[in-house]
Ligand binder design. Structure first.
Ligand SMILES: Cc1cc2nc3c(=O)[nH]c(=O)nc-3n(C[C@H](O)[C@H](O)[C@H](O)COP(=O)(O)OP(=O)(O)OC[C@H]3O[C@@H](n4cnc5c(N)ncnc54)[C@H](O)[C@@H]3O)c2cc1C
Ligand code: SF4
Ligand code: SF4
Length: 445
């Protein structure tokens, strides 16, 4: 497999790590027509070297194999959906919750890493000129500048270009495929294991095209160019899912806002999502030092300020959390594996249960997919497969129709039949599940 093939088969999420392996230095990250970042290769780009660190390469080591290399210790536990871990928690940071996307644990961890001098720099996603990009950061006084998750493509391209110039250790935040790419770099170059001393894994339900933000901005009433997109404006009087999107129109500096609930399901439908994400089975960022997500589970989802789920996978991470509890900086409950999995139920259903069907379908069409872990390749019933098929179509159509219309109203009209189809199959699939449960309980009685 080559980087060319990864890009042609839409299997790239733009991590940018392969760029650092191009010995010709001709490769660089560019925007593709669907609004994702992908590598553009030069004539002499060393694709044989570059592919070695691509998380989507067919020949790549999987998350279990890499987990064994990086995280397996006598004291870590293993769960086949969670990976290697020390502790499982849910809750929030007392200091950073209000100014963060969820429970503010990412900001708490990064702040502690700098304060305790475990690292000297962070490489995180932060605003620059009203847009978002990865950058180095070390100003602990201004730590809340790094808070909040940004649902738009970003790339680690600069990390390995600039890492050698940085004096000291670095902590990085990343979604699962980005974390995997970093681990692959560290596997080939153990010096990088020392240099990148900590990875905060951002649990991720899918990468959105940059056109997702354009769509949200139009829905918010913004007619022209905008910046300072805010994806999670919380409502502390309400529940966690009740948040808004906002942006600032450049011409008159007016703030525009839209209630995300009014737009329907933007995640479960696969709208504006990268094709590569349909072949990603790492739901909980299995290779990070600590994995952080939203606690989409009762009672945590009832609080508008948000709560995080936390999976500590290394001793440093576990100590940071335990310290926070001892110093009364964190309000956390200990979780069990079932609750952690339940908090990401939708993601597990799509990413694990639907995987075998999607791989089979796409391979039949002559397109390539990455090699996936056998344990997640389980055949499902016909109705469930109809849901997958419908979601695959909805995802692709959302990108096609946005490119065609570039208008939120026309886009919604065009997408309506696909979204209704998906809703229909999802509804009947849920009814079938319910019926099966009733029949099973009667059989057991
Ligand atoms: C694309 C994407 C999809 C997500 N999908 C899910 C999901 O399906 N389920 C779920 O539970 N949670 C999901 N999240 C994570 C969730 O939105 C929260 O970000 C997470 O729970 C951390 O919350 P926090 O309050 O601790 O973070 P904060 O304290 O607000 O800090 C956020 C941290 O994330 C970093 N960051 C921001 N944007 C990005 C980015 N694009 N890539 C890498 N790092 C970034 C920031 O630099 C900052 O350090 C997703 C996040 C992203 C970026
Ligand atoms: S996923 Fe990352 S490593 Fe693979 S081709 Fe894309 S940018 Fe390169
Ligand atoms: S869903 Fe998986 S492949 Fe897609 S961006 Fe998230 S971690 Fe990467």
């Amino acid at each position: 497999m080559t980087i060319d093939l990864i890009v042609k088969n839409n299997l790239c999420t733009g991590c940018g790590v392969c760029i650092s392996e191009d010995q010709s230095h001709q490769a660089k990250m560019i925007w593709n027509n669907e609004g994702f970042l992908v590598p553009s290769l030069g004539k002499s780009s060393t694709q044989d070297k570059m592919i070695k660190v691509c998380p989507f390469a067919i020949q790549q080591k999987n998350e279990d194999e890499l987990g064994e290399l990086f995280l397996k210790l006598p004291e870590t536990q293993y769960h086949d959906k969670i990976g290697y871990y020390y502790g499982l928690y849910a809750g929030y940071s007392k200091q950073f919750r209000e100014t963060s996307s969820s429970g503010g644990i990412a900001t708490y961890v990064f702040n502690a890493l700098l304060e305790q001098k475990i690292v000297d720099y962070l490489f995180i996603v932060k605003e620059v000129d009203g847009q978002y990009a990865y950058q180095f950061f070390s100003n602990v006084e201004e730590i809340t500048q790094i808070s909040k998750t940004r649902y738009t493509p970003v790339t680690l391209e600069k990390l390995f270009q600039e890492l050698s110039k940085v004096d000291g250790k670095v902590a990085v935040s990343g979604v699962a495929c980005f974390v995997k790419a970093i681990r692959l770099k560290q596997m080939y170059d153990p010096v990088l294991k020392e240099k990148i001393a900590f990875i905060v894994g951002i649990i991720c339900g899918g990468l959105k095209s940059k056109y997702y933000t354009d769509y949200l901005a139009q829905e918010a009433g913004c007619k022209n160019e905008y910046n300072y997109a805010q994806y999670r404006v919380k409502n502390k009087e309400s529940y966690a899912l009740d948040y808004k999107f906002s942006c600032i129109e450049k011409s008159d500096k007016k703030i525009h806002m839209v209630d995300m609930q009014s737009l329907g399901d933007m995640w479960g439908t696969g709208l504006f999502k990268s094709n590569a994400c349909d072949f990603c089975d790492d739901v909980l960022t299995e290779l990070a030092d600590i994995s952080l997500g939203d606690a989409w589970i009762d009672p945590y989802d009832k609080n508008g300020l948000g709560n995080s789920i936390i999976i500590t996978r290394t001793k440093i991470a576990e100590n940071l959390i335990k310290n926070g509890l001892n110093k009364n900086l964190l309000a956390l409950d200990v979780m069990n594996t079932e609750k952690i999995i339940l908090s990401q139920n939708g993601s597990f259903n799509h990413r694990h249960k639907g995987l075998a069907f999607r791989v089979m379908k796409v391979n039949k069409e002559g397109k390539l997919t990455p090699r996936k872990r056998n344990k997640h390749m389980v055949n499902q019933n016909l109705l469930f497969n109809f849901v997958q098929n419908s979601r695959l179509k909805t995802r692709q159509k959302s990108l096609d129709y946005w490119l065609e219309t570039r208008n939120h109203l026309k886009f919604k009209i065009k997408m309506k039949p696909y979204l209704e189809n998906l809703k229909f199959f999802t509804l009947w699939n849920h009814r079938l599940i319910k019926l099966k449960k009733i029949l099973l309980s009667k059989k057991d009685a």
